[in-house]
Design a protein around this ligand. Structure first.
Ligand code: SF4
Length: 251
């Protein structure tokens, strides 16, 4: 049997076994495993959706201080930028902002104005994926607040997954989704019970909040992420799809 704290080689087969165990663990125990295994080479990436905020609180309650970062595209809502400051005060740590190489204005000079209206995939690559890729180069474990209930594209995510970060060198990276099996209702109950600051746009019908040009309110019967990239056949920005997932689970 695999034990959570054993210094296992993180092969696809072992990651699959860990995933089966982690699905039954309390979230704090998964976070503790990552802290023990990776220390500060594990970091939380958050866009300040509810699940990420719960996860940061659970880690803090457990005495765990992962580095935390966010992708500041230059196109975030003012409410989101304000929330970042409120969260830094609430949690008592700084949140690193990763920025694209080009400002929005410089991108307009290079690629034309409002690229998000014409080529949102390219815009997301420039403003989200590339900055993230640079950050992940320094990490062994990337921790997210993804939940399976958010959308069809996330319905089968693991609590722990393994990705090929650099196929040329064979370097892999672990992706941890400790909130994968939380419901939206449980997340919001936890946030309210613990008086955790959250984005006020949530109370105005925005259930998944990204850049202002690509975020709309959603109806109650829609997926939480239905308000993202309305009018395009696009449901993910690319940060969760650009790395090849290791799927060979044969030892
Ligand atoms: S979400 Fe929209 S504005 Fe933000 S990086 Fe992607 S395409 Fe550009």
């Amino acid at each position: 049997m695999v034990t959570a704290n054993a210094p296992l080689a993180l092969t696809p087969a072992n990651v699959r076994l860990l995933d089966q165990q982690f699905d039954k663990f309390p979230t704090e125990k998964v976070l503790a495993w990552a802290w023990e295994r990776f220390g500060a080479k594990a970091a939380v990436g958050t866009s300040f959706q509810g699940a990420g905020l719960v996860m940061l609180h659970l880690a803090k309650q457990a005495g765990i201080q992962f580095p935390v970062f966010t992708l500041d595209t230059g196109l975030l809502f003012p409410e989101t930028l304000e929330l970042k400051k409120r969260l830094e005060d609430f949690y008592g740590f700084q949140i690193e902002s990763l920025e694209p190489d080009l400002t929005v204005e410089e991108q307009a000079d290079v690629s034309g104005p409002e690229l998000w209206k014409r080529e949102p995939d390219l815009c997301c690559t420039m403003r989200k994926v590339l900055p993230l890729q640079g950050k992940l180069a320094d990490l062994d474990c990337w921790i997210t607040g993804l939940r399976r209930q958010q959308s069809d594209t996330r319905a089968s995510i693991g609590i722990i997954e393994l990705y090929a970060f650099d196929e040329a060198t064979g370097r892999d990276i672990v992706k941890l989704n400790p909130m994968a099996n939380w419901s939206r209702e449980a997340v919001w109950q936890y946030l309210k019970d613990n008086k955790i600051p959250y984005n006020p746009l949530q109370d105005q019908g925005y259930r998944s909040i990204g850049c202002w040009p690509c975020t709309k309110r959603t109806g109650s019967g829609e997926d939480e992420r239905a308000g993202r990239w309305t009018g395009f056949n696009k449901v993910e920005c690319g940060i969760h799809t650009f790395l090849p997932k290791k799927v060979d689970f044969q030892i």
